[in-house]
Design a protein around this ligand. Structure first.
Ligand SMILES: C[S@@+](CC[C@H](N)C(=O)[O-])C[C@H]1O[C@@H](n2cnc3c(N)ncnc32)[C@H](O)[C@@H]1O
Length: 435
């Protein structure tokens, strides 16, 4: 790795770390640390071949991952058995500690590392709104939410101030994992060293203040806010955290501890020479008072006709009942927040469609299925590789079939005349999956 660190960055880190600078610079030239988070909604036992590098102390279900692991190409990745995330990045959601039944907003959510960690902690109960203002990134976020099988999740694509107007004090907990100067990426992605300038970092600090200002209004009295970045820059981190409590005195920093982490002042930075992970900062705030998170319900969204509901429930009796129609898709969400005027990509669990007399299940519904009473087909490794590339599978089964691998659903197939026709989404098909 021959890309030099910017001189201004080194000078600032000297002031920041003093005697530790040499150890820090040395650590930046070491190989990066990788990690993986098992999906507790799908996997009950850890997957031995992927978890033998040991646990990440501060993150439930987090493990270190060998540098040369090809976990991202594995079929188990496609079935949502795990999410690849470097260990430092697992800290902010661990600090937020979202609980089942809460209303939680992840304001800067793509590609979904923190969102999926939060969603797993909520065990599919309550409401998780994942927002990403950049449309292409929001689509990736939505697909990761689907893959991990998280129901009760809404994916929006909006600016934070629009959400602040729509949902004042609507959430028990808000995550602000803000866009930043990315110094914590210098080891994992050395190219980022070339893009860094002090001016850019200053620009990030201003944008972070705008996002935090919007976030303040979204938290209910007594609720929590976690602010995080993947940079070491105090202007974006500690100074912004203190700026926030000065601007919004109803918020105060809260001490937190997690295994291997002690933050008596409510702020913590992962430095690679101190902890096994890449750079990450997290601050925990609590809003004064005590109040309920109230999200106005949307009563204008269409509901499926009785006939269509009956057709769908008849074909898929084990799926939850459809509560609304999102375009042509039947969805299930216990309480629908008011989404009028907000660009929305995903609402709750997408069940499927009814066309005429026929019901067609959605891919998301397959990935959310936990204990199917319906027809399943357990694929062998060579079959699942073919299934994920769009091929048919030989079988005498008839009708809709949940296609599984290692007890986890990979998608839908429909059996007819000795073949199971492939309903794995065209956009996800690929040839390079590994058993
Ligand atoms: C650090 S990344 C988030 C990573 C994500 N939380 C995860 O764990 O996978 C910051 C995200 O904020 C988005 N973003 C950019 N400008 C924003 C804004 N003004 N408000 C909210 N999010 C913004 C970026 O597009 C980017 O996806």
């Amino acid at each position: 790795m021959n890309i030099k660190l910017p001189e201004d960055f080194i000078s600032r880190m000297r002031l920041q770390l003093g005697d530790e600078l040499t150890a820090f610079l040395h650590a930046l030239e070491e190989p990066p640390v990788r990690g993986i988070r098992m999906n507790p909604l799908k996997v009950t036992d850890s997957i031995k071949s992927l978890t033998e590098d040991g646990r990440v102390p501060w993150a439930k279900d987090g493990y270190y991952l060998a540098l040369d692991s090809n976990a991202g190409s594995m079929i188990l990745h496609e079935t949502g058995a795990f999410y690849i995330q470097e260990p430092g990045a697992m800290l902010p959601a661990a600090v937020l500690a979202a609980r089942p039944g809460e209303k939680v907003l992840d304001l800067c959510a793509a590609p979904g590392g923190k969102s999926t960690q939060i969603g797993c902690g909520m065990k599919g109960e309550g409401l998780l709104v994942c927002n990403e203002p950049v449309p292409k990134r929001a689509a990736i976020l939505s697909s990761n939410i689907e893959r991990m099988g998280l129901p009760n999740t809404v994916v929006t694509c909006a600016k934070p101030d629009q959400l602040a107007k729509q949902w004042p004090e609507g959430f028990d907990a808000v995550m602000v994992d803000a866009p930043c100067s990315g110094e914590g990426m210098f080891r994992r992605d050395p190219e980022t060293r070339n893009e860094w300038t002090q001016d850019k970092a200053d620009g990030c600090a201003e944008r972070q203040q705008e996002i935090l200002s919007a976030a303040a209004g979204l938290v209910r009295p007594g609720g929590r806010l976690v602010y995080s970045t993947c940079t070491y820059n105090p202007r974006e981190n500690e100074e912004n955290a203190r700026w926030f409590t000065a601007q919004f005195p109803e918020f105060s920093l809260q001490a937190f501890t997690l295994p291997g982490i002690d933050a008596p002042e409510g702020m913590f930075t992962c430095y690679p020479h101190r902890l096994k992970g890449e750079g990450q900062f997290a601050a925990l705030f609590r809003k004064a008072g005590d109040g309920e998170a109230v999200l106005p319900e949307d009563r204008s969204m269409p509901v499926p006709s009785k006939n269509d509901s009956a057709v769908f429930a008849g074909a898929f009796p084990d799926l939850p009942r459809a509560t609304h129609l999102f375009g042509n898709t039947m969805i299930s969400i216990p309480k629908l927040p008011d989404l009028k005027g907000i660009r929305t990509l995903r609402i709750g669990l997408h069940l499927g469609e009814v066309r005429g007399k026929n019901a067609f299940p959605d891919h998301a519904a397959a990935l959310c299925f936990r204990t199917p009473a319906m027809q399943t087909y357990d694929m062998k490794p060579e079959e699942v590789v073919r299934f994920l590339s769009g091929e048919t599978i030989k079988s005498s089964l008839e009708g809709w079939t949940l296609m599984r691998y290692n007890s986890l659903a990979a998608g839908w197939g429909k059996g007819s005349g000795g073949m199971i026709k492939n309903h794995y989404p065209k956009g996800l098909r690929g040839l390079h999956y590994l058993p």
